[in-house]
Design a protein around this ligand. Structure first.
Ligand code: COA
Length: 698
């Protein structure tokens, strides 16, 4: 697909207004060295190339056929390509699944596969590949080859990106639009780009994810080798299981996407501008050999702004004052400050500035430089561009540098010229530090050891039998005693509980469990027990149990008049601790995901939760816990003891493996999981399991 020896364009036209013409024109103009075969029923010549009436007439092997004819004719063309032995199809034509015409799209893929062909598209603008100087798109042409690969789901945006790459001086190794992803998807392309030496950074624009499970695994591999930046639209969508559980309602499509991308080491950009700025920098800059950066500035204000930005973007500022003083002793004016940010003051000349930068860049204990400059009258701005170019050229292979220049027209010109040469200059200090922060994240990702997936022993067959029993009973959720059995199989520490079928049994069971006790109605017709008045807590004695029993039955019958009530579950009241929630569900895009959050207002109001694709290992589970804004509450604040974080991680790991291996579970949630002091473990107070609807049942 990326390195064809011969390419055909079906629908090539002599009419310059037609897409089929523009594709041929771009192929010819881009200097593609292979053979080009325009296919058009009229024959003749197109742009000096002989047009064949039918692909079958071509007397050479064709690796790629670009199809740009109306939708209703595409199937015929695919058949002809198959018969000819074409290897790959690039289907530009629109009018398939994106407008509901799914069947025609499937037919194309079936036909293609039957002939061993792969299909890119349909509904795409084509493909650009620097490896073979091939621009087989209907874009504006003039793509500069370079180190960045772009995969885009939106065609229009992709075409616009061609122009943008030119103005932003981003050279491309590949540009591919995936469109409807009928066959080839992002994961396939990533596998190629991972191995492609030309590609040093990858930018993806994603609208919707199809095979999220595989995309996640592929991204996790690729990001160990080269950086991947993603822009995804549709941040505001919410999951559809809103009412079913916290995990469901919090697992909005975007929250899960965001979490899974981070888990896979992908950098998610907020805007196209940010994405371009990152990939341009990442593709041309060496990784820092350590974490510590120094800011050199001639203005205190931007120095402070850069310091704030460093904190936000995880850039560590070097603070060994003895080394800083020594480093800058020869270059610092008397009134300057060698504290990081190193302030040369507005009096600094261009030469002072250059010497200070040199001092930073030769010092091995400093790993990156942030050079800030405010235009002043003392500075010869005209010379400045040359000076920065010189510094950059000498150190570009050794140490990351970002330049941020602030000033008027003359500075704008320097910015424009240097950017055109691929030098990392930014007009805004936040943008500069954000790019360096992205590089730091890439470094951390690549240094992280990849751990083989932990395999944990779970009695899946036994759990499945419990689920099957509920299904046979026509239920999509487990009753409390069934959930308690699942909890036992998972090895969760659950409160003692006994099912009481009468008032007498309730009183006796309470005595056996020991006061105080809680009571919960057990009925297949009542899912939301509290709402139906089916729960009573903290019952201290026999009288309270008797009253609660009667109240629960009365209230539940009033709430759900036809409910079949199996009995009342008598449960040990657990000791108070920090209440948390662990949940897991099948996400429509990414498959099994797991969630952790603190209970109460933290989850309800602040939506302070962490997600990951499941299954997770223990260290990922610990990271999830540490991701929470409310994490300090678990570490122990204001004299409180540290909580048993390992025990939480244990539950997260188990639920993540269960949801992965038991795909018939739609949603599972322990709420609350009460967490005690370190070493004291957790109690899974309530475990709720929802089962997937069997296919065909509405
Ligand atoms: N084999 C070869 N050539 C064929 C053919 C076939 N089976 N059937 C028709 N052609 C020729 C036509 O004769 C025509 O050539 P001509 O100009 O010499 O007459 C050429 O192919 C194009 O066909 P035409 O019917 O004129 O279609 P079109 O150019 O108006 O539209 C598409 C074709 C593919 C561009 C259009 O159907 C489409 O899908 N447009 C949207 C594309 C898009 O936006 N994609 C997504 C981008 S992100």
């Amino acid at each position: 697909m990326f390195e064809p020896r011969a390419i055909a364009v079906i629908g090539a036209s002599a009419n310059p207004e037609k897409i089929g013409h523009q594709v041929i024109e771009n192929i010819v103009r881009s200097g593609y060295p292979g053979e080009v075969f325009p296919i058009n029923p009229r024959g003749g010549e197109i742009l000096g190339l002989r047009a064949h009436k039918d692909i079958g007439e071509v007397d050479a092997e064709v690796d790629v056929a670009v199809i740009a004819i109306p939708a209703e004719r595409v199937t015929g063309a695919v058949e002809a390509c198959g018969a000819k032995g074409v290897k790959n199809l690039v289907v530009i034509t629109s009018g398939f699944s994106e407008i509901g015409n799914l069947e025609a799209e499937r037919r194309i893929v079936r036909l293609a596969r039957a002939h061993g062909m792969r299909v890119l598209g349909p509904n795409i603008f084509g493909i650009y590949s620097a490896a073979s100087s091939l621009d087989a798109t209907f874009g504006p042409g003039g793509i500069t080859p370079g180190p960045v690969a772009i995969i885009t789901q939106s065609g229009a945006l992709g075409i616009a990106m061609i122009g943008k790459t030119a103005t932003e001086s981003v050279g491309l190794s590949a540009l591919v639009s995936v469109g409807n992803k009928a066959d080839i998807d992002e994961a396939d392309l990533l596998e190629y780009l991972e191995a492609d030496d030309r590609t040093r950074a990858i930018l993806m624009y994603i609208e919707g994810v199809k095979d999220g499970d595989r995309l996640q695994r592929t991204l996790a591999e690729v990001t160990r080798v080269k950086p991947v930046v993603v822009i995804k639209s549709g941040r505001s969508k919410r999951g559809s299981m809103a009412a079913a559980s916290h995990t469901g309602s919090l697992a909005g499509a975007d929250e899960v996407f965001d979490a899974v991308m981070r888990q896979s080491g992908v950098l998610r950009a907020e805007s196209i501008q940010e994405a371009f700025s990152w990939v341009r920098y990442l593709a041309s800059t060496p990784l820092p050999s350590g974490d510590e950066a120094v800011i050199v500035t001639n203005g205190g204000g931007i120095g402070v702004m850069a310091t704030d930005a460093c904190e936000k973007h995880g850039v560590v500022l070097y603070d060994d004052q003895a080394v800083l003083t020594e480093t800058f002793s020869d270059v610092m004016p008397d009134f300057g400050s060698s504290k990081n940010p190193v302030d040369l003051t507005g009096q600094a000349t261009a030469d002072d500035y250059a010497r200070a930068l040199d001092a930073v860049l030769v010092e091995d204990r400093i790993h990156a430089a942030i050079a800030l400059y405010c235009e002043t009258a003392l500075f010869d701005t005209g010379r400045f561009g040359g000076l920065l170019r010189d510094v950059y050229t000498r150190y570009r292979e050794r140490k990351p540098i970002v330049f941020s220049l602030f000033g008027g027209e003359r500075i704008e010109k320097v910015l424009h010229d240097l950017r055109g040469e691929g030098i990392p200059v930014f007009g805004d200090v936040y943008e500069a530090v954000s790019a360096l922060g992205a590089l730091y994240r890439v470094r951390r990702r690549m240094r992280r050891r990849s751990e083989p997936p932990e395999s944990i022993d779970l009695p899946i067959e036994e759990i499945r039998r419990i689920l099957d029993g509920a299904r046979a009973d026509g239920r999509r959720f487990l009753l409390a005693p069934e959930a308690a059995r699942v909890a036992a199989h998972l090895g969760l520490d659950v409160p003692k509980s006994i099912l009481a079928r009468s008032l007498d049994e309730a009183v006796q069971s309470a005595g056996r469990i020991g006061y105080p006790v809680a009571m919960k109605v057990v009925s297949k017709d009542i899912v939301h027990k509290s709402d139906a008045g089916g729960v009573a807590l903290d019952l201290e004695n026999e009288d309270e149990v008797v009253d609660a029993y009667q109240a629960i039955l009365r209230s539940c019958r009033a709430h759900v008049p036809d409910a079949v009530i199996t009995g009342v579950e008598m449960v040990e009241m657990v000791l108070p601790g920090v209440e948390t929630i662990v949940g897991a569900k099948q996400d429509p895009s990414f498959g099994p995901v797991v969630m952790f959050g603190l209970g109460g207002i933290y989850v309800e109001v602040m939506k302070d939760v962490a997600f990951r694709a499941a299954p997770v290992d223990r260290s990922t589970a610990r990271e999830m816990i540490a991701d929470l804004r409310s994490y300090p509450l678990l570490l122990g604040v204001r004299g409180e003891a540290r909580r048993d974080i390992d025990a939480i991680a244990d539950v997260v790991v188990k639920l993540s493996h269960l949801i992965d291996r038991c795909r018939e579970i739609a949603d599972i949630e322990v709420n609350p999981l009460v967490v005690y002091e370190r070493g004291e473990g957790t109690r899974a107070v309530d475990l709720r399991i929802l089962i997937k609807q069997p296919k065909g049942v509405s």
